[in-house]
Structures are given as C-alpha cells and as structure tokens.
Design a protein around this ligand. Structure first.
Ligand code: C2E
Ligand code: MG
Ligand code: MG
Length: 872
C-alpha cells in the first residue's frame, strides 16, 4: 500500500536540487556529495583569491604565468604512461613547480588546476571529476606551495638558506602536494563507497607517482636555479628539451609496453602450448592404458606383429585359441601357427605397406592348435605405430570362426553329396565336371574321362528284396567303386542306380579301359544283402575329353549313350563312345519317344497277310503285322522299331495295342459269318512279352472282351528270342497252351535250336524262315533242310508253314516237300483289313501255277508278273 506524499513548501527547491544531483552525481551518497560540494567551493575560492592576487602583477610576469599555465596544461594532454603502473607521469608538474618557485603559490595553483582539468577531461567523461580535480589540485597546491614558501622564508630569515636546502625543500613539498592532492581525490571515491581511507594501500598505489612528483620538482628546482643565474632564456631552451625528452620517454615507454605486450602474448602462447602438450601426454597415457587393457582383456585373439611377421605381443584370447602359453607364441613367426595351405593368404595379408594405415579386408584361414585340431580364424590386420617406436607394426585380430565353418561345410556337404552313399550328388559331380572341362580348355594336355555305370538287376533287387536291400546294394556298389579309383577322381551318384566317375589327370585311353575292367571285376562279385546273395554287374559307358566338350551335360549324355551300347552288347560290358554312336543313339532315342506317342495317339495300324493251305489253296488264317506311318519320316519298318520298343520297355504297350486291335478285327470278320467261324489269326509277340508275369491275364482278357475263342489265336515268337529266354518263357507258354492259345516258332532255322528240342516245346506250329525258302532252288542242301524240318514237324504233329514264298517254283517245291501251309508275296502281300474282306469274300485260293492275270492287281507283287492266284 502506498501513501501519497504530503505536499510541502520546500518541495520546489528540493526538486531542483535533486534534479541537478541526479544529473551530475547519481552515484554520490550524501557524504560524498557534501564533500564534493565543499571541495568545489573551496577550490573555486582558492582560484578566485589567486586570480585576484595575480591581477596586480606586472604584465611581463602575467605573460610568464600564462605561458607556464599553458605549457603545464599542454603537457597534461600528453602524459607519459609508466609501464606496469596504472598512473601516468605528466610533465606539467615541472612547470607547475617552476611557476611556484618563480611566481608563488597563486600562479602554481592556477597551473595545477589547469593541468588537473586537462588530465581529468582526458581520463573521465564525468563533469563531477572534471570539476573536482582542478579544485582539489588548486587547494593542494595552495597548501603545499604556501608551506614551501613559508619554510624557505624561515630559512632565509634564520640565514640557513642554501640552494641544496631549497632543492630538498621543493622535493619534499612536491611530495606533500602529491599526498594532499591524492588524499583529497581518493576521499571522494572512499566516501562514495562508504569506505575508510587505507594509508598502506594508498602508498602502495601511488608511491611511484609520488616519486615522479619528486623528480619533476627536482627538475623544476634545477631550472629555477638556472633561471636565477641565466634569466628567462633558460626556459626557452628547457621547454623544447623537456618536450623532446618527454616525447622520447613516451615512445620509449610505448615501445616497452608493446614489447611487454608481445612478450606477454608469447609467454601466454608458450604456456598454452605447454599446457596442451601436457594434456596431450596425459591423453596419450590414458589412451595407451586403454589400448593395453583392451588388448589384454579382449575376447578376440590379438597380436602385435612386426612387419617381418614375428609376434611381438599376444593377448590371452589368442593364446587360448592356439592352446599355447604366451612365451611359445612371442618371438615366433605368426605363419608357424597357420596351416601350410593358407600360408600364401597370410603372406599377402602381412605384406609390409607402411603407407596403408587402414585395415585391409579380413581373410579366413586355418590354424593348428596345440592338440593338432584345425581352428578356423577370421584375420583382420591393420598398421599400428607406437609413439616411441620408429618402425610400424601390424595389429592382428583373429576371431575363432570354427563353429561357423563347420556348420557351413556340413551344409555344403548336405547340398553336394548323396545322403545314402556320401558320394558327390548330381550337382557336385556336374560342378567338378565343369571345372575339368574348363581346365581342359585352358590346357589341352589335361585329359579326362567320364564313366557312366548302370547296374543289372537293381530294379529286381528293389522289387523283390525291398528298398532296404536296394539301399545296401547301392552303398556296397559305392564302396567297391571307390576302392578302384584314385583320390583325384570323383565318384558321383546321379540318381537311382546311376553312378558316374570323373577320371582326371588321365594319361591315355588304356588307363580308363583298365579301370573299367577292374571295376567290372569288382562289381561282378556277389553281394550279400540281408543274408541273400545277389549277383549283379555293371554296364559301363566311357567317353573322353578328346571328343571336345563344352558342358557337363554333353559329357554325361555321351557316356550314357556309350553305356547303352555296352548294355546292348550283353551283361558286364563296357563301351567307348565315338561320334557315330551319338547319331545312332540319338536317333534311337528320338524314335523311342515318337513310338510312345504313336501308341498313345493310335498312329499305328495293322496289316494282315493271309496264310494259305497249300493243299487246298484256301486261306487258312491271317498274320497280323504292325505298321507305323511316322508323321515326318513316313513308314518305318517293324524290323527298325520293334527292337527299340524291346530295348526301351515300350514293347508291352505295343503288344497290348496289337493284340487288342487284331482280336477286334477277327471278331469283326466272324460277326454274322458262320462260314468264317474257324478263321484264325496269328499275332507276333516279343520274347520279353512271353516272360512277363501279367501276360497271360492280358491275353485272356483281350480274347474274352472281344469274344474270340483262344484256339483261334496263335502267338508267334521268333526262334532266337525264344532260345534267349527259354527258361523264363516256358512257364507262360505252357499256361497259354493250357487255355488253348496256339504257339508258333517264327523264323525257324535261324535260332540254332536243335531240332530234337522241338519235341519238348509246347508249340503248335513252326514257320520256316524265308531265307531257306528263297534258297530252295539254288542249293539242294537247303531243300534237304526244309525237307527235314517238314518231316520232323509233321512227325511231331506240328503245323509247318513256309514264309516268304515269292516264286511259283518255291511254291511248287514246298508243295512237293509236303509243306502244308505257306505265305508270301506270290500268294498275297500284307494288306489292310478291308482288303482282307475282299480276299475272304472272293474266296481266293491258289488254283494253278499257270500264268494268269490278277484282276485286282492287289494280290500279287508287281515284280512277279505271271504268277497269280485264280479267282472263283
Ligand atoms: P515275321 O513275323 O516273320 O513276318 C513276316 C515278315 O515277312 C513281314 O515283314 C512280311 O511283310 C514279310 N514277308 C511276307 N511275305 C514275304 C515275301 O514273299 N518276301 C519278303 N521279302 N518278305 C515277305 P514285316 O511286316 O516287315 O515284319 C517284320 C517282322 O517284324 C516280323 O517278321 C515280325 O517278327 C515283326 N513284327 C511285325 N509285326 C509285329 C508285331 O505286331 N509284333 C511283334 N512283336 N513283331 C512284329
Ligand atoms: Mg511272324
Ligand atoms: Mg517270320
């Protein structure tokens, strides 16, 4: 809460007063204000009295006084600052004291006030100082000057005055002047701050200045003495000399000041540098300590190594990693601990390149630890130079990555090896093969060979003894193969029972051949699988780098082709690849593929060739013959594609197709034709069919579904095929006979079966091979053979059929020999089912051997004009 001030009468003057006070001395307290005003008035009074007193002096003296005051004030403008002190020395004091000695204290007071004004105007902007300083100087000079003159007067009166006494007196009173002046000035400050005057501090601060006052007064006294001797002229000479001296002093002090400042700067800089250096050393020490503790306690292995590879220092982690104590590592070459195969990688990493400050890329290498185990490390290195050593060294960091490498190599092994046999898998084998091809491209003397192995009976083992036995078989095969190859060779399991061997650094073809023979020898030995002894053998195809390969696929394809060739040659064979084989097999492979498609798409057809009863000339039956009209290659003879079908396993499907279509046709011919109800059909089957377990059911089903009586079907099997597989075929043949199906031995006479053997076979007929028929006329011996066959056949109760009758002479001869049935181009070519219908309806039969025309032109070969059948 504020209480408004009560209006007073004195408020007007007080406001004026406080305005002045506020403007002039806002920082002055009451005591200081009073002191200031007292000093001001007193000084003004002193000056006024002095001026009044001086006014009566003669003009000459007044001029001197004026000039003296002017010089003192001028000197006050250019004070000589004393280096190291706060105060400055004004030359004006000399003239003030000179005025005192010549013209008395009034003149000196004026000069002192003038000089003080100039000095304070220069050093302070405040009028309180500019006014108080001259006042106080005037007071101090009046007091001190009057005292001096009084003293000198007393000396003169006593007759003890002397010039030295005067000089001493002047100096003494100069100091008194200085003291009075200084006390007066200092008091203002002390009063303002409400402090007491401290004399010791006062002397400490102003002692030097006091001495300059004494010096000034001494000069003044000496000038005064000269003035008394010489007159005012001395002044004219003294003033410029003093001015010059002071100027020189001024510049000298300035120079010293500049030098001192420069020196100070230099000293400060040096101090700063020293401090910085000390800090640097401290930091270095700390960082060194830090480094050493990081080095010693690091979990990662670390070593300091000289550029020549010797270990200078090693930490505990690296000793642990190597399993060695520190003194077994220090001093040794680091390479001693690295696997010899990785020595080169290490040398590359330690290569001395002192300019290379930055760490290089990490390398992975093997070390052997004390127990001889392999330890994988990841090594980083970087250059390192210690402040107290001139040569740089290397700091190595070795991280134990054994666990990672082991996991990686396990994964690698899984990815590249066959789990069952641990052999290289197809991918790995392909990679190794690709490398071998590349090496061979780079250096044509680096030959290689690839073997492709296929095992006889592997599928049978799997099917009959089970998969576990199959696996055991494969493992044993893998072991036997590996026993026969060199460490530098690569054995791979490419899938199933397909194995391949890459033989590198091969000297000649003979070496591969010898290896193939050794392999077959070893693989032929019986295998004991689950207590069952099993025989097997390998077909080996071999190809060589000299053929010129670019991809692993090409090599494997050719080795595979050679393997097929080996297989075709019989069991446990090997075959070497050559370029002609490639074309041949490639063609076969294409045909095989096309044949499968042809069966699926019904691109096959059947022709039928009648078999005549040579006695009656009537058609006894038909033989179904398969035809394949390839969409691009045109008609392909059965002699070409039947063996392919047999090799590739397509034969089963083909036989099924033929049987079905033939039976369907026979049933069509029978339909609504009671006269044809005994018409029979011959169908060719392969020896492989005859060995198939499901063959009987297949035949039976086909007959049944087409309503064909089994006795109307005869299956033909070539003699050579029959002899090859007699053991396995016999059972099926017996069963077929049991259900009533007829069996015929085709191409009889080519299969080297003994005639006596015929009696034991469950066959109903035999067909004399065309080759015997054709040679009937030329060689009488053939006539004997045919005669023997006919005789034996008839004796055994078998139907004898002659194949390939092309000429009437052959026909006649066969008839004469007692051959009951025959077929051939002379009688009828294989024709379509429709054409058979014509033949059946026309009831063609062989009438005579006389020349006759063939009105249809269909029945006889164009190359046999003149021989024909007659139509009824
Ligand atoms: P193959 O069973 O001995 O059949 C008789 C072959 O002789 C037929 O040849 C026939 O056209 C031919 N031929 C008939 N008369 C004469 C003649 O007077 N002179 C001459 N030079 N040849 C004559 P094709 O049709 O080329 O059949 C050849 C062989 O292919 C057959 O001999 C048979 O072993 C086999 N084949 C034919 N069709 C089939 C079939 O459907 N299945 C099986 N597994 N094999 C078949
Ligand atoms: Mg036949
Ligand atoms: Mg035949």
């Amino acid at each position: 809460m504020t209480v408004p001030a009560a209006p007073t009468l004195s408020s007007e003057p007080r406001a004026w007063w406080s305005r002045v006070h506020q403007a002039l001395m806002p920082d002055y307290n009451r005591k200081a204000t009073i002191y200031w005003w007292v000093m001001g008035f007193l000084g003004a009074a002193v000056l006024a009295v002095s001026i009044v007193r001086l006014a009566s002096r003669p003009p000459g003296e007044l001029v001197q006084i004026f000039v003296g005051c002017l010089v003192a004030m001028l000197a006050g403008i250019f004070p000589v600052r004393i280096p190291g002190a706060k105060n400055s020395f004004a030359a004006g004091e000399i003239f003030i004291f000179l005025l005192l000695l010549i013209h008395g204290p009034e003149a000196a007071a004026l000069a002192a006030a003038g000089e003080a004004f100039v000095g304070s105007a220069r050093s302070s902007k405040r009028w309180t100082s500019r006014l108080a300083s001259p006042a106080m100087a005037a007071i101090a000079m009046t007091l001190a000057g009057s005292s001096l003159l009084a003293g000198l007067g007393l000396l003169r009166a006593r007759g003890t005055y002397s010039e030295p006494m005067m000089v001493l007196g002047v100096m003494f009173f100069a100091i008194v002047y200085f003291l009075i002046n200084t006390v007066l000035v200092t008091l203002v400050i002390r009063l303002k701050r409400n402090e007491r005057l401290q004399l010791h501090e006062f002397f400490g601060n102003f002692g030097w200045v006091g001495t300059t006052y004494a010096a000034s007064s001494l000069i003044a006294a000496l000038l005064f003495l000269s003035f008394q001797e010489i007159g005012i002229g001395v002044m004219a000479a003294a003033v410029p000399i003093i001015a010059m001296l002071l100027t020189m002093l001024h510049y000298h002090f300035r120079q010293r000041e500049t030098d001192d400042a420069a020196q100070t700067v230099r000293v400060e800089a040096a101090e700063r540098e020293a401090e910085q250096a000390a800090r640097h050393v401290r930091e270095l020490q700390t960082s060194e300590q830090r480094f050493h503790s990081a080095f010693s306690h690091a979990a990662i292995g670390m070593a300091l190594v000289s550029t020549d590879g010797r270990v200078l220092q090693v930490n505990a982690a690296l000793c642990n990693l190597l399993g060695l104590p520190e003194d077994s590592v220090i001093g040794h070459a680091f390479s001693e601990f690295v696997h010899p195969d990785d020595a080169r990688a290490l040398a590359g990493h330690l290569l001395p390149e002192p300019s290379q400050e930055i760490a290089g890329p990490a390398v992975e290498m093997r070390c052997a630890n004390a127990s001889g185990d392999e330890v994988w490390i990841q090594l980083h290195s970087g250059y390192f130079s210690e402040h107290d050593s001139s040569a740089p060294c290397l700091i190595l960091q070795a991280q134990d990555i054994t666990a990672r490498r082991t996991a990686e190599s396990r994964l690698h092994h899984i990815a590249y090896h066959d789990a069952l046999t641990s052999l290289a898998n197809r991918m790995r084998f392909g990679e190794r093969l690709a490398q071998a091809i590349e090496r061979r491209h780079a250096d044509p003397t680096k030959h290689f060979a690839v073997m492709y192995l296929d095992f006889y009976r592997f599928k049978l083992i799997n099917d009959t003894l089970g998969h576990s036995a199959g696996d055991q078989f494969l493992v044993k095969v893998a072991q036997r193969i590996q026993h026969q190859v060199r460490p530098c060779d690569t054995v791979g399991r490419l899938g199933g029972d397909e194995f391949a061997i890459l033989i590198e650094d091969m000297d000649d073809v003979q070496m591969a051949v010898a290896m193939a023979e050794r392999l077959q020898e070893s693989l032929r030995r019986p295998y004991l699988l689950d207590d069952t002894e099993v025989d097997s053998s390998a077909s080996i195809g071999i190809t060589f780098s000299s053929i010129g390969y670019d991809t692993p696929g090409e090599v494997l394809r050719d080795a595979d082709i050679a393997m097929y060739r080996a297989k075709a040659g019989g069991r446990a064979r090997y075959a070497l690849f050559d370029a002609s084989l490639r074309a041949e097999i490639a063609d076969q492979v294409r045909l095989e593929r096309d044949l499968r498609r042809a069966i699926e798409r019904d691109e096959l057809s059947l022709n039928y060739q009648p078999i005549y009863d040579l006695a009656t000339g009537r058609i006894d039956c038909f033989e179904a013959l398969v035809r394949w009209n390839h969409p691009e290659r045109g008609p392909i003879p059965p002699a070409t594609f039947i063996p392919i079908a047999e090799d590739s396993g397509v034969i089963g499907a083909l036989t099924e197709w033929v049987l079905t279509h033939a039976c369907r046709q026979l049933s069509a011919w029978h339909e609504g034709q009671p006269s044809r109800s005994r018409l029979r059909l011959h169908v060719n089957v392969s020896g492989i069919d005859m060995c198939r377990a499901n063959f009987i059911s297949q035949v039976a089903t086909t007959l049944l579904s087409n309503g064909v009586e089994p006795s109307l079907l005869t299956l033909e099997i070539t003699e050579s095929m029959l002899m090859k597989r007699l053991d396995s075929a016999l059972e099926n043949m017996n069963r077929l006979r049991k259900i009533g199906v007829g069996l015929s031995v085709d191409d009889f006479g080519t299969g080297y079966s003994s005639l006596s053997y015929l009696s034991t076979l469950p066959i109903t007929s035999l067909k004399i091979d065309r080759s015997f028929v054709q040679r009937l006329q030329n060689e009488s011996r053939n006539g004997e053979v045919v005669k023997a066959i006919v005789t034996l056949g008839v004796a055994l109760g078998k139907t004898v059929i002659a194949e390939g009758i092309e000429t009437p002479a052959e026909l006649n001869q066969l008839r004469a020999l007692g051959c009951g049935f025959g077929q051939g181009y002379l009688l009828a070519r294989p024709v379509t089912a429709d054409m058979c219908e014509v033949l059946l309806q026309g009831e063609h039969h062989i009438a005579t051997l006389e020349a006759a025309s063939d009105p249809t032109g269909l029945l006889n070969a164009a190359d046999h004009p003149g021989w024909s059948v007659t139509h009824h």
